[in-house]
Design a protein around this ligand. Structure first.
Ligand code: DGL
Length: 270
């Protein structure tokens, strides 16, 4: 990790818009850090793709961001974190953090009875990565998982509330309700946009864990420990890339970030 520069940006990526929840948490916690975001809009959703394809897309983006001179890579996608983190870490010469471990830690800290629900994409749930991360921290935790493949397209379409997402949420969350989970991990970075709908479909006392905040704290800790925090008081730059339809990405990203001006550059891979 020698030779990394404190003033360099942090790279953040996701299959689409979901990772913006992580970008927002990073910007709130560390306004002085510059951030480069990559949304792989050409390949979203990752959740229904094969592990090989997910690993390939993720590695290409990691390589692209590394080429932009980043000092830390945040894999702001649960699906990539579940399936590609070891490969990305092995290839990278910079520190890399994912969203699964921070989410698992956050859930166990919030849970009263150790009955944890995990919702995520098909690929994330199938990988068993959350169950493994939770059990590594608390052997006797009871974990109930559910894949929710329709949530990502709903978020990418901007359908964050109303009849349709509510009906879909009730159906997907029924097994978690039956298992009487006390805490639910939003195991996909798109899901925080559906938080209200999800909370309504669950018992009011169930805690929802959004791994974005936990991940931002972990990023801050890693940078601080490596002496790589940007000087406090400066204002970090933001740069956005999308692998397809950058204008559409820009329109929805503005709504998600609530920010006025931003320019999204197109960057496609073969
Ligand atoms: N937002 C991503 C995740 O956290 C990926 C969703 C998808 O592309 O299927 O898993």
């Amino acid at each position: 990790m020698a030779g990394l520069n404190k003033n360099a940006p942090i790279g953040v990526f996701d299959s689409g818009l979901g990772g913006l929840t992580v970008l927002k948490a990073l910007a709130r916690l560390m306004p002085e850090e510059s951030l480069i975001y990559f949304g792989d809009t050409a390949h979203v959703p990752y959740g229904s793709k094969s592990p090989e394809a997910i690993a390939r897309f993720s590695s290409e983006i990691a390589e692209f961001l590394a080429g932009r001179g980043i000092k830390l890579l945040v894999v702001a996608c649960n699906t990539s974190s579940a399936l590609a983190l070891p490969a990305i870490r092995a290839a990278a010469r910079i520190p890399v953090i994912g969203v699964i471990e921070p989410g698992a830690r956050g859930a166990l800290a919030a849970s009263r009875g150790g009955r944890i629900g995990v919702i995520g994409t098909e690929a994330t749930v199938k990988s068993g990565a959350y169950v493994e991360a939770i059990k590594a921290l608390k052997k006797d935790a009871r974990v109930t998982s559910a894949a929710c493949p329709l949530f990502v397209p709903l978020v990418e379409e901007g359908w964050w509330s109303g009849e349709v997402p509510s009906a879909v949420a009730r159906r997907y969350l029924a097994p978690l309700k039956r298992a009487r989970v006390d805490t639910v991990i939003l195991g996909c970075t798109h899901y925080p946009y559906l938080k209200r709908v999800l909370a309504e479909a669950l018992d009011a006392r169930v805690r929802l864990i959004d791994s974005a905040e936990e991940t931002a704290r972990e990023a801050e800790r890693v940078l601080r420990e490596l002496g790589l925090r940007a000087p406090i008081g400066r204002r970090g730059r933001r740069e956005f890339y999308a692998s397809d339809a950058p204008k559409r990405f820009q329109r929805l990203a503005r709504r998600m970030l609530g920010s006025g001006t931003m320019r999204v550059k197109a960057r496609a891979f073969e």
